[in-house]
Design a protein. Structure first.
Length: 403
């Protein structure tokens, strides 16, 4: 008996799932290290700030005999303490408005799955956090980008340009404030304008506020503080960057919309529970002194100022001053930053060192945009940033001389 053998094929979803622009250059960085080159990682938001010791100790000294499932919405004790944290930020909640998630990533995915159907659309100002694309593909929804401009620091695009993108399939607008990858801090006035749109067109407003504590040129105003849109607003949060605890994988989805909460709980039940040790760490973090963030914020401001000053001193480079988070987008005088970011790892070193950056194209939904831009994460100390900028300046000179 003869059998015809056909190659198995993966899903269309798997084929179109975008690779991370933040991580796709990892093999080239690893190869550079094997050659003995020091790589300055400015490509990814992994802070070198130490995780608070009380959080680590809370995990180390946990006293239980069975590592049980938690409630699918997260430990009640943690959610109740989070109410106090948000109250300090001017956000009034009940603990039942909070669902603990496996990182901010799961919060974003749960929001999309709960509020949009396959084929629906979400409008996002670009450049945007690259993984929004991946979550949208997983949920079967379409990202509709609206372009912000580096010339004005990536401010919210004109309201009419967002409104022009609204169709019968539009169900939500998604923002990140302060923004990843640009560092732009949306003002209360900009958020009030978004409020008008979501009210007028009956849309959800998803707000990723992972970097709330790190605002440098203004005060953070949360979408949860907007009046009259409780049913529209979905807050997406995480402790990853707040406490330099990315590996804890603890986030939160917060809303006062009961219908959304009921739907999210069902998705939460399907994955059983969020990480237990991460919740222990997160709850301990809420007991840190009120001034804990002062030193961290001061350190990030020093790094930001160092990076932005050095970038703008390099001939042909332009970098606006970020208002928050710990990212900056810069325009480089090169033809293609995807090619340049690979080349600087694969074929260049200066005094035994080189730099890893995230190419700008991965943060845009519009094809062809970002080809001269890169994102820097200023998660290394000022000395390391100076050394990285020395490498970058020399690399641009060498790269363009070979063009």
């Amino acid at each position: 008996m003869f059998y015809l053998c056909y190659m198995l094929s993966i899903s269309t979803r798997g084929q179109v799932m975008p690779a991370s622009p933040i991580r796709k250059l990892v093999p080239y960085a690893e190869a550079a290290k094997k050659r003995g080159t020091r790589v300055y990682h400015l490509n990814i938001g992994q802070p070198d700030i130490e995780t608070p010791l009380p959080m680590l100790d809370a995990v180390r000294h946990s006293d239980f005999k069975i590592l049980e499932y938690s409630h699918s919405a997260g430990n009640e004790s943690y959610r109740r303490k989070l109410v106090g944290y948000y109250q300090q930020a001017g956000i009034e909640l009940d603990y039942s408005h909070i669902i603990i998630t496996t990182g901010g990533s799961e919060a974003i995915l749960f929001a999309m799955l709960s509020c949009l159907d396959a084929g629906d659309e979400v409008i996002i100002p670009e450049p945007f956090y690259a993984n929004y694309n991946g979550f949208a593909v997983a949920a079967g929804i379409k990202v509709v980008p609206v372009t912000s401009q580096i010339e004005n620091g990536f401010a919210l695009p004109p309201i009419h340009s967002l409104e022009e993108k609204i169709t019968g399939r539009t169900k939500a607008i998604l923002i990140c404030n302060p923004n990843n990858p640009t560092g732009y801090l949306y003002s209360r006035e900009e958020l009030e304008k978004l409020k008008g749109i979501v009210q007028k067109h009956n849309l959800f407003l998803f707000a990723d506020e992972a970097y709330r504590e790190f605002c440098y040129t203004g005060t953070h105003f949360s979408t949860m503080q907007l009046q009259g849109v409780d049913d529209h607003v979905i807050l997406l949060d995480t402790i990853s960057k707040r406490y330099s605890s990315c590996g804890a994988r603890i986030g939160a989805l917060i809303t006062k919309n009961r219908q959304v909460l009921d739907a999210v709980v069902k998705f939460a039940q399907s994955r059983l529970s969020p990480p237990s040790f991460g919740q222990i760490a997160g709850e301990a973090g809420l007991d840190l002194p009120h001034d804990y963030f002062n030193a961290t914020k001061t350190e990030y401001m020093l790094r930001r100022d160092t990076l932005v000053k050095r970038l703008n001193q390099i001939p042909g480079v332009y970098c606006p001053n970020p208002g928050g988070a710990f990212y900056a987008m810069a325009k480089l005088p090169v033809d293609d930053t995807d090619r340049f970011c690979q080349w600087i790892l694969e074929s260049f070193s200066y005094e035994g060192q080189t730099v890893m950056m995230a190419p700008g194209t991965g943060f845009y939904g519009t094809p062809g945009l970002g080809k001269q831009e890169v994102r820097f994460a200023y998660v290394l100390n000022a000395e390391a940033i100076h050394n990285a900028m020395n490498c970058l300046e020399k690399a641009i000179e060498v790269y363009n001389s070979k063009a």
